[in-house]
Design a protein around this ligand. Structure first.
Ligand code: AMP
Ligand code: MN
Ligand code: MN
Length: 346
């Protein structure tokens, strides 16, 4: 989950908002007479993509659109509390034609596992709404705001611009999107605009205590033992700048890993500048990288075919855990050693 570096799009020295208005190109296809809309999610959906697709899907359905929400993978159990998440379908293929296809929080069309190309072939208008700076601009309309802490902020602004009344369900979905992408309003991507929008969402019916409890206080008792098993495997480099957790398959359940942001533990060490979490997933290793502003970890991830934000990025690399761990750590070390010249994050 993302930690973009601080961006000035919504802040000024006076604290007044300077956020650019929602582009009219985004409003036009959604203001047309009701048609058929596909809200298309990315692989391994998180709260930012699910919350935004569900909120916008609800808004379009209320305006008479026929809406399908879904993507290549199911919503994780951790997010079963999102209002309307039961509507989110696992799609093997795109059925029928759509007038509009909306993708949120999806920087790379490859993250739809071919579903976007199928939808595009039906002649739909592709609406790409995202806050990743490395977005590939694959849409017919591309609204990319790297200054937004979460796509949830952008979709709140979109609903407001469309004149949609924000229901408590939409508010909970968008509040959760922002909550998770900001690490509970703790990361450097948080701006005054983030708090303004979060406040408006609470007014609209989001309950912060409910969301925190649903996200972080539904562990089963065994989870703490699994957490112990995981944490004792964290390693730290001799200079203290790099910490990593390389977790072999079968040590803890997959469902536990999905529900925990394990990369946050190596990141929480004071001296650490870059934290890595690596785990074997079949023939691949899934890698999560987190930085603290010295190194643009999305550039490191990009070297391995991934991407993300300057302070939160990821990639999926074919190979065995040990070899991939060695390669990724070497790449991070190189970036750390050259930070200050080419490796430094903005
Ligand atoms: P994660 O570590 O999985 O929470 O992902 C952190 C950030 O990196 C998110 O913004 C993702 O969009 C991005 N990311 C993770 N994995 C990949 C990947 N394989 N390719 C591109 N971006 C990724
Ligand atoms: Mn996401
Ligand atoms: Mn996001």
């Amino acid at each position: 989950m993302p930690l973009a570096s601080r961006n000035s799009s919504s802040s000024s020295t006076t604290g007044s908002p300077v956020t650019a208005p929602v582009p009219s190109a985004v409003l036009i296809p959604l203001s047309k007479p009701a048609g058929r809309a596909l809200m298309l999610g990315h692989i391994h959906p998180d709260a930012d993509v699910l919350g935004t697709l569900l909120a916008l899907g609800e808004a379009l359905a209320a305006r008479g659109w026929s809406v399908v929400e879904g993507g290549p993978h199911p919503a994780p159990a951790l997010l079963s509390f999102l209002p309307g998440v039961e509507r989110y379908r696992t799609l093997a293929s795109v059925e029928g034609a759509f007038d509009v296809v909306v993708l949120t929080d999806c920087p790379n069309p490859a993250r739809t596992e071919g579903l976007l190309e199928q939808a595009r072939a039906t002649g739909a208008t592709i609406l790409n709404i995202d806050h990743h700076h490395d977005n590939r601009r694959y849409g017919g309309v591309n609204w990319i705001d790297p200054g937004a802490a979460a796509t949830g902020e952008m979709v709140y602004r979109l609903l407001t611009a469309l004149g949609v009344p924000v229901t408590p369900a939409m508010a909970t979905n968008l509040f959760t999107a922002i909550h998770t992408d900001t690490g509970s309003f703790r990361y450097s991507n948080v701006t005054d605009e983030t708090f303004r929008i979060a406040g408006a969402l609470v007014v609209a019916g989001a309950d912060p205590a409910f969301v925190s409890s649903a996200l972080y206080e539904r562990r089963q008792a065994e989870s703490l033992r699994w957490l112990g098993e995981s944490l004792r495997r964290i390693e730290v480099s001799s200079d203290g700048k790099l910490a990593w957790l390389s977790l072999a398959h079968g040590i803890v359940p997959e469902s536990f890993i999905e529900a925990e942001e394990l990369v946050n533990y190596p990141r929480s060490i004071g001296s650490v500048r870059v934290a890595c979490f690596l785990r074997q997933l079949g023939e691949h290793v899934k890698v999560s990288l987190r930085g603290k502003g010295d190194v643009d970890v999305s550039r490191v991830a990009a070297r391995f075919g991934g991407g993300g934000h300057p302070n939160a990025a990821g990639c999926t690399i074919p190979g065995a855990l040990e070899a991939v761990t060695r390669d990724v750590l070497a790449a991070v070390r190189l970036a750390l050693d050259t930070a200050g010249d080419s490796g430094r994050a903005a």
